[in-house]
Design a protein around this ligand. Structure first.
Ligand code: UDP
Ligand code: MG
Length: 139
């Protein structure tokens, strides 16, 4: 089912650098509506739960430590074709490969500290959104 929603998190490096506002401006200018938003500090255990699909990957421990190293800003976003359009807006995982004009090109520092998350499917967008937010239909 396509819901026209995706899920994102502004990651600790971008929050610490004072880039929340600039990143949300890029998101809104690209036509996304902010459905839900908050600022939270994950424990390492909660970060591990969020990224459980990557548990066997070599970068998993570093990723969980990084994602619990400072507050993040999770958001649910809405737009036609939200998942694919948002992946295009954030750019490649590796910032050295991120395209001009993307959020990661502008703000990411490294492969791990890459400024922002974007869901990779409608199904994962729903799972990831419900990790942070209760019912949002009315938003
Ligand atoms: N990551 C990393 N090293 C890698 C690949 C990924 O530290 O070699 C981190 C990075 O922060 C990335 C996250 O793990 O955003 C999730 O990886 P994924 O492959 O899902 O990339 P994404 O979907 O975020 O582009
Ligand atoms: Mg991913």
């Amino acid at each position: 089912m396509t819901t026209n929603r995706t899920f994102t998190m502004i990651k600790p490096d971008a929050v610490a650098d004072g880039n929340i506002g600039a990143i949300i401006a890029m998101i809104e200018e690209a036509g996304f509506r902010v459905v839900a938003m908050k600022k939270v500090l994950l424990t390492p255990s909660l970060a591990g739960k969020f990224y459980e699909v990557h548990a066997e990957r070599p970068f998993y421990n570093d990723l969980c430590a990084y994602m619990s190293s400072g507050p993040i800003v999770p958001m649910i976003l809405e737009k036609d074709n939200a998942v694919a359009d948002f992946r295009a807006l954030i750019g490649a995982t590796d910032p050295s490969k991120a395209e001009e004009g993307t959020i990661r090109k502008r703000f990411a520092k490294s492969m791990t500290a890459n400024a922002i998350h974007g869901s990779d499917s409608d199904e994962n967008a729903a799972i990831e959104g419900s990790f942070f937010f209760a019912s949002t239909e009315q938003y």
